[in-house]
Design a protein around this ligand. Structure first.
Ligand SMILES: Cc1cc2nc3c(=O)[nH]c(=O)nc-3n(C[C@H](O)[C@H](O)[C@H](O)COP(=O)(O)O)c2cc1C
Ligand code: SF4
Ligand code: SF4
Length: 593
């Protein structure tokens, strides 16, 4: 049997977990109340995205934070209001090498599309949509989320070739999110207490009507053009085309990464640039798609950028090729924005231009540069690498509060006013405009330290201690860096004689062995392997990909079955899981023992 990398939890389990975790520990999927963002707590951060309003300009970039329903809920609780869903493509049984994420310094990865079957992706997005609606109206959350969390947008992401996108499977997926009535009706009866009143709720079935096309490396320009036209005409979607940093050309990228920023170890291959869209053709393509969209009464936008393809020079992940993200990508993508803005004067809706083409952005966004990106008119500004660092989804709220504070200090009550402030500041400093001013600061050795190799080379904390099943330095990093919230922690019962005040556990079916907790765990060892692996699905448990424990409902208590050789731990786990702050899963959603 092929073991799927992820087994999503049913809607009833997710909602049961939300309610029980809230009652027993005031958290939802491990995010504490202090990290839940209230949109009424600062200035108006709402933005327009392709004619729709979102209450904040940020969200997770297509990636590991927008794949499972709970990831999307976490991103929304943190303040995301434009969610770029994980890219869906026809190949939905890809074997991805592990580990697949390397965030030790800047950011590299080798995974770039969904790890669920297409039908499962559809269901995850519908479940997330329903949960957000339920939580928006849940009185318990109002003191933290505010009375009205404001509108949010789910932006589809599809790839990577026309044949796949035109296939029945992908077409049905897209149609199923444009009108999700059938899925909602099927899921509605699953809604458990205390949310049962929402079984009658009028959920909006129109989950998405925009799509970001992920054009991966090597996707020919004609194909990009045909896919965009297909998505506009067959599905009636507004389309954003996500471009690659290779558009800047080999010499420019080489000069920036190695010359300006000092990343001498990066290995760029000229052939990757030759195979990608070239700048002049890119300008033509933007012109053609802009004309076509206008003709069709649709909107067209661009997104800067996808990751940068490089040869794998490190020994953490398998594969010869990997994809770079984070701080240096920010410099490349902003430089590309400046180039495109110059080549298409007044066309892009950035800086001081009203511009007809909206530009969304994902490249090395953090708390420190979000204000600049939003002040350029980029929307949405999406984030991936920064959310894979310790703090995880909890890093979103400080991004928004820092932005809000800067706006308040400048007297800007909304994003339009903030853009005007930033433009005035750029001119006062002698720049031709705000885009040019930001790009100049990224290339200036006096101001670009945070983007250089020296500025990004600090390694995660390490202690000289072998990781054990019980006890550790309890830094909580494995909980926060996991995009799937696969890790959870529980207090050690007072009477239990084991090391440590907190114990850490992995929900095995949510762990795709991406390696991110291994990178950040300060102890020696892989938390996803060493800490107790908890299964709820009998077949996954019995398949024994990695040995662990099956949790069951056992006469009104949590029961535990162990894989061979782990039997000695059963009594301890049973005791911990039956404490007041026990297993964060509702008994009624567990299988009977
Ligand atoms: C682990 C990982 C997975 C990603 N998966 C996708 C994907 O499925 N589709 C996509 O268009 N981009 C994907 N990306 C790229 C991100 O959406 C984003 O464009 C890029 O990482 C740059 O943003 P960042 O610097 O904030 O990470 C992925 C990035 C990472 C790190
Ligand atoms: S538990 Fe660790 S390896 Fe598993 S998905 Fe989470 S971060 Fe990745
Ligand atoms: S397992 Fe590692 S990362 Fe997780 S809390 Fe313990 S020391 Fe920190």
């Amino acid at each position: 049997m092929t073991i799927p990398p992820l087994t999503p939890m049913p809607l009833s389990t997710l909602l049961g977990r939300i309610a029980d975790e809230w009652t027993s520990r005031s958290r939802i999927f491990d995010i504490p109340t202090a990290r839940i963002y209230d949109v009424s707590s600062g200035p108006d951060l709402s933005v327009d995205f392709m004619g729709r309003t979102a209450a904040t300009p940020i969200g997770p970039a297509a990636g590991p934070h927008s794949q499972l329903a709970e990831n999307i809920v976490l991103a929304w609780l943190g303040g995301s209001r434009i969610i770029e869903l994980k890219t869906v493509q026809i190949l939905d049984e890809l074997e991805i090498g592990r580990p697949c994420i390397d965030m030790e310094t800047i950011g590299f990865n080798i995974e770039w599309s969904q790890e669920l079957r297409i039908s499962e992706s559809l269901e995850e997005y519908v479940k997330a949509w329903m949960i957000l609606d339920i939580l928006s109206g849940w009185d318990e959350l109002k003191p933290h989320l505010g009375d009205d969390p404001g509108p949010h947008i789910f932006d589809l992401s599809v790839g990577y070739d026309l044949a796949g996108i035109r296939s029945d499977k992908v077409s049905e997926f897209i149609d199923g999110l444009i009108d999700a009535s059938a899925s909602i009706e099927r899921l509605r009866p699953e809604i458990p207490e205390p949310f049962a009143a929402w079984r009658e709720h009028d959920f909006d079935p129109h989950i998405a009507d925009t799509v970001t096309l992920s054009t991966f490396h090597g996707c020919p320009p004609d194909e990009i053009e045909s896919i965009t036209k297909h998505l506009m005409t067959r599905h009636g979607l507004d389309v954003v085309v996500k471009l690659n940093p290779t558009l800047l050309g080999f010499e420019r990228v080489h000069g920036i990464l190695k010359g300006t920023l000092g990343y001498d170890e990066l290995r760029l291959r000229r052939s990757d640039f030759d195979a990608d869209l070239q700048f002049e053709r890119g300008i033509e393509l933007i012109g053609e798609l802009r004309r076509f969209a206008a003709e069709q009464g649709r909107r067209f936008g661009i997104k800067l950028t996808n990751t940068m393809v490089v040869e794998n020079h490190r020994d953490f992940m398998p594969e010869d090729t990997m994809y770079m993200s984070g701080a240096p990508l920010h410099v490349l993508s902003m430089t590309l924005l400046d180039e495109l803005d110059r080549a298409l004067p007044g066309v892009l809706a950035v800086g001081e231009n009203a511009g007809e083409i909206q530009v969304s952005f994902s490249a090395g966004i953090s708390k420190d540069n979000l204000g600049e990106a939003v002040g350029l008119g980029l929307a949405p500004v999406t984030i991936c690498s920064d959310l894979l660092k310790p703090g995880g989804y909890g890093r979103l709220k400080p991004m928004l509060t820092t932005l809000g504070r800067a706006m308040e200090e400048a007297g800007a009550g909304d994003i339009a006013a903030w853009r005007a402030v930033r433009a005035a500041e750029a001119h006062a400093a002698g720049a031709t405009g705000p885009v040019a001013a930001h790009v100049a600061s990224l290339h200036d050795p006096d101001t670009n330290g945070a983007y250089t190799r020296d500025g990004t080379s600090k390694l995660p904390r390490a202690v000289d201690h072998e990781l054990d099943m019980w006890g550790c330095v309890a830094c909580n990093f494995c909980v926060t860096v996991c995009p799937n919230d696969a890790f959870f922690r529980l207090p050690t019962p007072e009477a239990m004689a084991i090391e440590g005040r907190q114990q850490y556990f992995v929900l095995a079916e949510l762990c795709n062995e991406c390696g991110n907790c291994l990178t950040f765990c300060p102890e020696i060892g892989d938390p996803a392997e060493v800490k107790p692996r908890i299964y709820t699905d009998r077949s996954r448990f019995e398949a024994g990909d990695r040995p662990g424990f099956l949790v069951t409902a056992d006469g009104g208590r949590v029961g535990v079955l162990a894989a061979p050789d782990l039997g000695a731990e059963v009594a301890r786990l049973t005791s911990i899981f039956n404490e007041a702050e026990g297993l964060p899963l509702r008994l009624s959603t567990l299988i009977e023992s």
